[in-house]
Design a protein around this ligand. Structure first.
Ligand SMILES: Cc1ncc(COP(=O)(O)O)c(C=O)c1O
Length: 407
C-alpha cells in the first residue's frame, strides 16, 4: 500500500469539505485572562482575546489554585512516579477524591487522566460488572461516552436527544429483568441545552435502571457549591455515577467519577483506563482540589458567569443574530456552512484579535456549523463591546458576500 497517498487522500477529503482543523498557537497570560498572545507561523506575536475557552470561570489563574500547585511541586516534585496501583497514589490524589466525593454528596470518587478517559473507561467496564447490561444512550452524548459504550461489546439503545417518551419505549421493549443503565449529560456543550434529569431518574426508578450523568459542562458552575445541575436541582442522590472534568470550570486538568464506595472500588479494580496508566501529577491534583474547595464557597463567581452569558446573549439577539439560547452559559451562533464559519472565525481573528474556533461536523450536524462563544466572569464590558462591534461589521459583510466566502 502507498501509505503516504492514503494519508494525503484522507486529509484532502477534510480540506474539500472545509472541515480541515487548524489549531492556533496561543500563550495565555496569567492575570490577564481572557487575553492571550497568538504566535503566528511567521514567528510574530499578536494580542488576542479568547472567546471559546472552557476555563469557564477563569480558575486557571486563580491565586489559590496556583499557590496549591506551587506548594505541591516544591514539596513533592513533578510527576506522580507511577500508576495508581504501583506507587502513584499520593496523599494529593486521596485529598482530591475526598473533595470530589463531598462535592457530589457521594461516598467515593475516582480520578482519571481526563473526563474523556473516565467516561470511556467506566462505560466500557460496566458490562463486565453487570453481565447482560443494556446501555441507553442519548443520541447527542459526547464522543467519550459513545466510544466507551461501543467498545464494551454489550447491548446499546440510542434514544432521541432528550426524548423521554422514546427512552421509555426503548426501556419498556426490553426484558424487565435485564440490568440497565441510562447515560446522558446535564448540559450539552454544543447547543447549551439541559438534560431532563428528573424525568430520566423517574424512568430509571420505574425500570430498575442505573443512571450515569456527564456533568462536564456544569461542575463548578451550577449548584450552590458547584456540584452541577444535579446539585442545583436536588437530584444528585438519584444519580448512580456522576462524571466530571477538572479541566474546564475548575481550570486545571483531569477527570473523575463520583459514586458509591462499591461502584468506585469495582471500577478501580476492573477498568484498564484507570489501572494501566500513570496517575496525574500531584501538583495537578493539588490545584484541582484547591479549585473545587474554593468554588464550593464562591457563589458570586457563578452569578457573574451567568450574568456575562445573559448580557452577551441579549446583545447578540438585539443584533438579530441566530443564537441558540437554552438558558445556559454556552452561546452558539449558527452560521450553517463550514466554509462560512471558518471564514468568519478567520476574519474575527485577523481583523479584530478575537479568537473563536469554528465548530464543524462531526462535532455538530452538517448545516449547523457555528461559532460557539463561552463568556466568563473574566470577560468584561470592554471585551464584550469589541466582540459585538466586530460581529456587527462582519455579519452584514458576510451576508452580502456569501459567494465571495464560498469562493
Ligand atoms: C460532554 C463532555 N464529556 C467529557 C469531555 C471530556 O472532558 P476532558 O476534557 O476532561 O477529557 C468533554 C470534553 O471536552 C465533554 O464535552
Amino acid at each position: 500500500m502507498d501509505y503516504t497517498a492514503k494519508l494525503d487522500e484522507a486529509l484532502s477529503r477534510l480540506h474539500e469539505e472545509g472541515r480541515y482543523r487548524t489549531f492556533i498557537d496561543i500563550e495565555r497570560r496569567k492575570g490577564q485572562f481572557p487575553h492571550a498572545t497568538w504566535r503566528k507561523s511567521d514567528g510574530s506575536d499578536t494580542p488576542i482575546t479568547v472567546w471559546c475557552g472552557n476555563d469557564y470561570l477563569g480558575m486557571g489563574q486563580h491565586p489559590a489554585v496556583l499557590a496549591a500547585m506551587h506548594e505541591a511541586i516544591d514539596a513533592t516534585g513533578a510527576g506522580s512516579g507511577g500508576t495508581r496501583n504501583i506507587s502513584g497514589t499520593t496523599v494529593y490524589h486521596k485529598r482530591l477524591e475526598a473533595e470530589l466525593a463531598d462535592l457530589h454528596g457521594k461516598d467515593a470518587a475516582l480520578v482519571f487522566s481526563s473526563a474523556y478517559i473516565a467516561n470511556d473507561a467506566t462505560l466500557s467496564t460496566l458490562p463486565k460488572l453487570f453481565p447482560g447490561l443494556i446501555i441507553y444512550s442519548d443520541e447527542l452524548n459526547h464522543a467519550s461516552m459513545i466510544e466507551g459504550i461501543k467498545r464494551n461489546g454489550g447491548a446499546k439503545r440510542i434514544f432521541r436527544h432528550n426524548d423521554v417518551a422514546h427512552l421509555r419505549d426503548l426501556l419498556a421493549a426490553d426484558d424487565p429483568c435485564a440490568p440497565k443503565l441510562i447515560a446522558f449529560e446535564s448540559v450539552y456543550s454544543m447547543d447549551g441545552d439541559f438534560g431532563p434529569i428528573a424525568e430520566i431518574c423517574d424512568l430509571a426508578d420505574e425500570f430498575g435502571a442505573l443512571t450515569y450523568l456527564d456533568e462536564v459542562h456544569a461542575v463548578g458552575m451550577y449548584g450552590p457549591r458547584g456540584g452541577g445541575v444535579a446539585e442545583r436541582d436536588n437530584l444528585a442522590h438519584r444519580i448512580d455515577v456522576i462524571n466530571g472534568t477538572l479541566g474546564k470550570a475548575f481550570g486545571v486538568f483531569g477527570g473523575y467519577i463520583a459514586a458509591s464506595t462499591r461502584m468506585c472500588d469495582a471500577i478501580r479494580s476492573y477498568a484498564p483506563g484507570f489501572i494501566f496508566t500513570t496517575s496525574i501529577p500531584p501538583a495537578v491534583a493539588a490545584g484541582a482540589a484547591a479549585s473545587i474547595a474554593h468554588l464550593k464557597t464562591d457563589s458570586a463567581i457563578r452569578e457573574r458567569h451567568q450574568t456575562q452569558a445573559r448580557i452577551l446573549k441579549a446583545r447578540l439577539k438585539a443584533m438579530g443574530l441566530p443564537i441558540i439560547d437554552h438558558g445556559s452559559h454556552i452561546v452558539p451562533v449558527i452560521v450553517g456552512d463550514p466554509k462560512h464559519t471558518k471564514a468568519l472565525s478567520d476574519m474575527l481573528l485577523d481583523g479584530y484579535g478575537i479568537y473563536v474556533q469554528p465548530i464543524n461536523f462531526p462535532t455538530v450536524p452538517r448545516g449547523t456549523e457555528r461559532l460557539r462563544f463561552t463568556p466568563s466572569p473574566v470577560h468584561g464590558a470592554r471585551e464584550t463591546d469589541t466582540l459585538i462591534r466586530a460581529l456587527d461589521a462582519l455579519w452584514s459583510h458576510c451576508a452580502l458576500n456569501r459567494q465571495e466566502l464560498s469562493a
